[in-house]
Design a protein around this ligand. Structure first.
Ligand code: FAD
Length: 417
């Protein structure tokens, strides 16, 4: 049977849309299969629906330092399509970008939907891409160690090249449920087990849950194992009804997860990271002197959110909220200071795949030729985006990986025979 398409792209997320649009732009007849009833379902919720589209670090070397384990694989695709090209691509199609802290780039419209629209228009404009929605890929059809087509819930389709862009397992409600990775295992690829990576952390400490919704702008958090500090980070923290979250926590989840594999982990928050214990004690001695007619709870309210102050007193077992500052004993003050410097609680795990932004897992990079994004086992199969087992932080790095790998695969698939 003759292939009906030059290229089949499986999965209409950011990497698949970029690959399909690029292959179509270069003249290939492309079939894009998506199991949802729309393209870019996950893309439309990225960055709190504002879409952190890339990270505005224009030096490939510095950008790739954020991919410590995979950077040597990525130099090649990034030499062909990088952050600068992402800016040109979207801005050239009428979507100006803006740069926020940590070099995070967003569309000026602050609408992830607009990013989807640009890609949908890109796909349509080529006139070469047939999009099939509500069609689920089931398996590859392999003949003589070559992929010749795919089986889907809507029938069998043949093509000379197949680009797999079904994503990983993060946020499965958006469609990334892992069939692509299982199909890869069936044809002999090595797939690292999926696990939540950029994800909030869980605790069973009730006081943390009770602070849900409250955030601290500046603190340090230490993660300890066997009373030794293993990791220390400074920045913003958000309490949730299950534990802790915010970019700082999410970005530390991978390392905490590794620690949890070895044994119990305790987190310790320091609410006054610029003072050591002695300095903080001196600060409170002076404060309680100058504000001697004020109640402790009033003084704490001036230093932090009311509920946090109440929690600190509760944890320190200090019933002194309604005590005048000049009536606080030395022992009580010292306990207060200690607690402010060491609010500790056990970390019981991560929130799992449903809550993760990025999941570990996917095809191991050594089985991919990154010059073309082809499989080293099947030269006409391309692997892109979250199907690859590549660790990275939050901040636009994941989507840039999609733009780069999608563009390189689409280019190569349309040009090679
Ligand atoms: C809440 C959230 C916020 C995020 N925010 C950001 C951010 O701001 N910036 C950033 O860089 N990254 C962000 N990420 C990560 C980013 O969204 C992913 O890295 C990216 O979407 C991966 O793109 P992809 O094309 O590889 O896969 P996906 O986006 O997962 O797309 C895969 C597509 O394949 C389809 N599919 C799956 N299986 C099949 C099948 N069997 N048949 C047919 N189709 C199938 C799915 O329905 C889906 O549409 C966020 C992730 C989440 C969950």
């Amino acid at each position: 049977m003759k292939p009906s398409y030059d290229v089949i792209v499986i999965g209409g997320g950011p990497s698949g849309m970029m690959a399909a649009g690029r292959a179509g732009e270069l003249g290939a007849r492309v079939f894009l299969i998506e199991k949802n009833d729309r393209l870019g379902k996950k893309l439309s919720i990225t960055g709190g629906r504002r879409c952190n589209i890339t990270n505005a670090e224009f030096d490939n070397r510095i950008f790739l330092d954020h991919f410590p384990e995979a950077k040597h694989f990525l130099f090649s695709p990034f030499s062909k399509h990088n952050v600068e090209n992402t800016f040109e691509f979207f801005e050239g199609r009428g979507l100006p970008l803006m740069i926020e802290d940590r070099k995070r780039a967003f569309p000026q419209s602050e609408r992830a939907e607009d990013v989807c629209c640009v890609l949908e228009t890109y796909i349509e404009e080529s006139g070469n891409v047939d999009v099939k929605l509500d069609a689920a890929f089931v398996s590859f059809i392999v003949r003589d160690k070559k992929i010749v087509g795919v089986k889907t819930s809507n029938g069998t389709f043949l093509a000379s090249k197949v680009i797999l862009a079904t994503g990983g397992l993060a946020a499965p409600e958006t469609g990334s449920t892992g069939e692509g990775l299982s199909a890869l295992e069936e044809i002999g690829h090595t797939v690292a087990k999926p696990d939540a990576n950029l994800v909030p952390l869980k605790t069973n400490a009730p006081w943390v849950h009770e602070l849900s919704g409250l955030s601290i702008d500046e603190m340090t958090i230490r993660y300890l194992q066997e009373n030794k500090t293993k990791l220390k980070l400074r920045g913003r923290l958000l309490f949730t009804h299950f534990g802790i979250s915010g970019p700082l926590v999410i970005n530390s989840a991978y390392q905490v997860k590794q620690l949890l594999k070895k044994g119990p982990v305790t987190a310790s928050i320091d609410l006054f990271p610029d003072h050591d214990l002695k300095q903080l004690d001196q600060f409170f001695i002076k404060l309680f002197e100058t504000e001697k007619q004020k109640l402790v709870k009033t003084i704490l309210k001036e230093l932090m959110q009311k509920k946090l102050g109440e929690t600190v007193l509760e944890i320190a077992d200090l019933p002194i909220a309604d005590t005048l500052a000049n009536a606080v004993t030395k022992d009580e003050r010292k306990r207060l200071v200690h607690t402010l410097k060491d609010l500790s609680f056990p970390i019981t795990g991560t929130m799992g795949l449903d809550w993760s932004i990025v999941a570990d897992g996917g095809v191991i990079p050594t089985e991919v030729d990154f010059k073309t994004m082809t499989s080293r086992l099947y030269p006409n199969l391309y692997l892109i985006g979250d199907t690859l087992n590549i660790n990275r932080p939050s901040g636009g790095f994941s989507l840039q990986l999609c733009w780069t790998t999608g563009w390189v695969a689409g280019t190569h698939a349309s040009q090679s025979n």
